[in-house]
Design a binder for this molecule. Structure first.
Ligand code: ADP
Ligand code: MG
Length: 317
């Protein structure tokens, strides 16, 4: 990896970045309670009479300006969640707000405007992010049209974005002339071209080796730190947890635990997630170790809560 992969401008920064920052701020109403607020979110897929509960009452809050990873096994509902937050899919029930917009209440026109101006998206499949017949700089300029960036500013802003991500040298290349990692970094520039309030990335390193993945995380971090964009990455790769300060784990369509680190790369503390009405999921290895099932007795102590096996529960088995 060269120094360019760090993505932090060393000397003076182009004024275009400032403009992108201002645009991001102007992109939507200020989030009152967090950039992302999901409460009891449900998404049931129905196909040919079969029901799949992809999200089963998920709670998630992401603060404005955060860089956060949501991890979970394949099939745990990660892509379903991102599709909803991106305004591409509509939840079955519950509530979801992004940058103050209510994702269940938007009509078709509002949803389109939301997709074009409020969110940016990076897909796992590198080929899905870029148009093959356009160069990198043309790919970045494309969403600027939908986001109403004046035509005369587009080329300069696109070049500044590529520069910030350390890939100015790719500006004139088409996707076929770039490596997978280079394509993903251009994809991150494309996803930021509309100065989104929230950047969503679905397994952005899924098709890349670990050294190249590092470059992708560096690029996502510079977007977060330099432009102030809130970044949410979903992945099945637990290694990603090292790259961010906060990791939320989803299991069976629900947030289960959360790891907070004082600094990226440092050891973190794992917390169980407590929802708004006080519900908590006990880890399966804990409940199995003590034979807890169906009901438990709770005891309020001075500084903790005790959870006890209910008397007589062993007898009934
Ligand atoms: P992940 O991204 O964590 O692998 P997904 O959100 O893609 O998980 O899927 C969660 C569950 O919902 C899986 O069981 C998947 O098969 C199902 N699912 C996802 N999309 C659809 C769909 N369009 N129709 C039916 N089932 C779906
Ligand atoms: Mg997925």
């Amino acid at each position: 990896m060269g120094a360019e992969t760090v993505g932090v401008p060393a000397v003076s920064e182009p004024e275009g970045l400032d403009e992108l920052r201002r645009r991001a701020v102007a992109a939507g109403p200020p989030p009152v309670e967090g950039m992302v607020v999901c409460e009891n979110l449900m998404r049931i897929h129905r196909s040919e009479g079969v029901e799949v509960q992809a999200l089963q009452g998920l709670d998630l809050t992401v603060e404005d300006g955060e860089l956060i990873a949501v991890v979970g096994a394949s099939g745990s509902g990660k892509s379903t969640l991102l599709g909803i937050l991106a305004g591409l899919d509509v939840p079955t029930a519950g509530s979801a707000r992004v940058a103050g917009y209510d994702l269940l209440a938007m009509d078709k026109k509002e949803r389109l405007a939301f997709r074009r101006r409020t969110v940016g998206f990076v897909w796992q499949q590198t080929a899905r992010n870029l148009l093959p017949y356009l160069t990198a700089v043309e790919n970045v300029m494309l969403p600027m049209g939908y986001a109403r960036v004046p035509r005369r500013d587009r080329q300069r802003l696109a070049a500044d974005l590529l520069g910030m991500l350390g890939i100015a040298h790719l500006a004139g290349r088409r996707p076929a002339e770039m490596s997978g990692g280079e394509q993903q970094r251009v994809a991150i520039a494309v996803a930021n071209a509309n100065s989104p309030a929230l950047l969503l990335a679905d397994e952005p390193t899924g098709e890349l080796d670990s050294a190249t993945s590092e470059e992708i995380f560096a690029a996502l971090r510079s977007v977060n730190e330099e432009l102030g964009v809130t970044v949410l990455i979903v992945t099945h790769d637990p290694m990603v947890a090292q790259e961010v300060r906060r990791t939320v784990r989803i299991r069976n369509g629900r947030t289960s635990t959360e790891v907070l680190r004082p600094e990226r790369g440092e050891p973190g503390v794992e917390y169980a997630v407590l929802d708004r009405v006080g519900r908590l999921q006990l880890p399966q290895d804990f409940t199995e170790a003590l034979g807890l099932s169906r009901r438990v007795r709770l005891a309020l102590e001075e500084d903790h809560i005790g959870v006890w096996r209910a008397e007589g529960s062993e007898v009934r088995g």
